[in-house]
Design a protein around this ligand. Structure first.
Ligand code: FRU
Length: 492
């Protein structure tokens, strides 16, 4: 760091200079990547003064995780992003070990409040501490409160961890008060989400534990979000170290779950009615949501996973990306996701085919590409087909495949042959099949990212594919006759 520089001004100088050296075409089309260096979780996703703002966990100086800063970008349509200067750097006693994940809340006076986890490095006789901090600003520059951390160990009842205590999502209650949900790890109940309240966002009080893993859904619950959707209350969290369930619904390791239930605003009690995985892909974690001005609840996630990223090739001066933002809804008691409708503004070169008859191996004219939005609607009541395979991002050596066992209602996503040379999980399977003789698969490709929305977003599988860009082919293979409709749009 040069004289007269602060950690934040040094990061801003560094990112500006390095960014200028990155060619324009060196990024995905509409998936946000860090300005430079490393990105993980989305932070501070909010709508502020007519634009969406998205901050992110950021290490500008390298493409691997390091002392956490907050990167910053804004957008009007959630697809085209403009970078803003880094928002936070670890530069106070309360956050010298890193500015970990958190959230943003526009205030009545027009300013923007950021709430994040300040990490205090281990000292004599104590482990690293995590506590919650606040910074307030104008949407570009933020001032950290002198009294940080505003939520520290002293507010935690016995049994909760002061070491695994992070990722505050700040909310405004219907009563006008400030609330926040924070991830924690309880001695016996393991992953837990805590609720705290405040009059002004500065002085906080512990209210309740909203829910906990109870030894079943992971050791530590990270990155919570809490909102009402279609008459139900949704608690999102990303557990660490989940055990796979014998029914195959939850996979082992890191993932994101949605707890659906009821919330009593008087007693601040959350009653869980059901739990489901949010995105069963190989690369999706730590999502955050925003309420759009038109009432849509929009979610964006980090398109990675802590267990699969080690050793991933670094081909650029940036590493990491966000998922495609999705619109959330609840249908038949299930959290569903659809790509944000803004994606239609990128549609070009549309192909629509109806009543295509498949039997055996088929490639269809005009159906190929690596930046596309492709929907196939399978009419399974009309033929003899029991198995369908769809291969994409395909050349002579590489492909990724979606296999549907239609009669059994099983779908497998398999990127084993995508080109990756790493011995990491490459396969995910889910229980999903036709409903009333119809099944839809919507696949969105943006170079190295593949996001599959099954049956209008009842299931989503988001995964990276380490496949050369010349692998553009798409093919279908069935074990009998099948009729399908195809809608394809190149994205540009
Ligand atoms: C989740 C997470 C958060 C933490 C951040 C650190 O991916 O582990 O819990 O705040 O990453 O970068």
């Amino acid at each position: 760091m040069m004289k007269n520089q602060t950690p934040l001004s040094a990061a801003r100088d560094f990112e500006r200079q390095t960014f200028a050296q990155i060619p324009d075409g060196d990024r995905p089309l509409f998936h946000l990547t860090p300005m430079v260096g490393w990105m993980n979780d989305p932070n501070g996703f909010c709508y502020y003064k007519g634009e969406y703002h998205l901050f992110y966990q950021y290490h500008p100086y390298s493409t691997i995780w390091g002392p956490m800063h907050w990167g910053h970008a804004k957008s009007r349509d959630l697809l085209h992003w403009t970078y803003l200067p880094a928002a936070l750097a670890p530069d106070t006693d309360a956050d010298a070990g890193g500015c970990f994940s958190g959230s943003a809340l526009p205030l009545d006076d027009g300013s923007l409040m950021l709430m994040y986890t300040g990490v205090q490095p281990a000292g004599t006789g104590h482990k690293e501490l995590q506590a919650q901090c606040v910074a307030i600003g104008d949407g570009v520059d933020f001032t950290k409160l002198a009294e940080n951390p505003v939520i520290g160990a002293a507010l935690l009842p016995k049994g909760y961890s002061t070491h695994d205590f992070r990722d505050p999502k700040i909310l405004r209650g219907k009563d006008g008060r400030f609330y926040c949900v924070v991830g924690n790890r309880h001695e016996t109940r393991q992953g837990a989400i805590l609720l705290l309240e405040s009059e002004d966002g500065r002085g906080w009080r512990f209210v309740s534990e909203l829910d906990a893993s109870r030894g079943e859904l992971g050791r530590m619950w990270e990155c919570p979000d809490f909102f009402e959707l279609d008459g139900q209350q949704v608690l999102l969290t990303s557990p660490q170290e989940m055990q796979a369930t014998p029914d195959g619904v939850f996979h082992a390791g890191y993932g994101t779950i949605a707890l659906l239930g009821d919330y009593d605003e008087e007693s601040h009690r959350f009653t869980r009615r059901s739990v489901q995985p949010v995105d069963v892909g190989l690369d999706f974690y730590a999502p955050q949501t925003v309420l759009a001005p038109d009432g849509r609840r929009i979610m964006i996630g980090w398109m990675e996973n802590w267990e699969t990223l080690n050793g991933a090739p670094r081909r650029h001066r940036w590493y990491g990306r966000m998922s495609l933002p999705r619109e959330l809804s609840i249908r038949e008691g299930r959290l569903c996701q659809q790509p944000v409708r803004e994606i239609e503004t990128l549609w070009q070169d549309d192909v629509r085919l109806t009543g295509v008859r498949l039997a055996g191996k088929t490639e269809l004219d005009g159906i190929c590409g690596r930046k596309l939005d492709l929907t196939v609607t399978l009419h399974t009541g009309e033929g003899t087909c029991r198995r369908l395979e769809m291969r994409f991002a395909k050349n002579e050596r590489c492909f990724t495949v979606i296999r549907c066992a239609l009669s059994r209602g099983e779908l497998v996503f398999d990127r084993t042959n995508c080109g990756s040379t790493r011995d990491i999980p490459h396969v995910r399977s889910i229980k999903a099949g036709p409903k009333d003789g119809v099944m839809t698969l919507r696949l969105i490709l943006d170079g190295e990212s593949a996001e599959l929305f099954v049956n209008d977003g009842e299931h989503v599988i988001s995964s990276l594919i380490d496949t050369p860009m010349d692998a553009q082919g798409i093919s279908f293979c069935t074990d009998g006759e099948l009729t399908m409709d195809v809608e394809k749009h190149i994205l540009g």
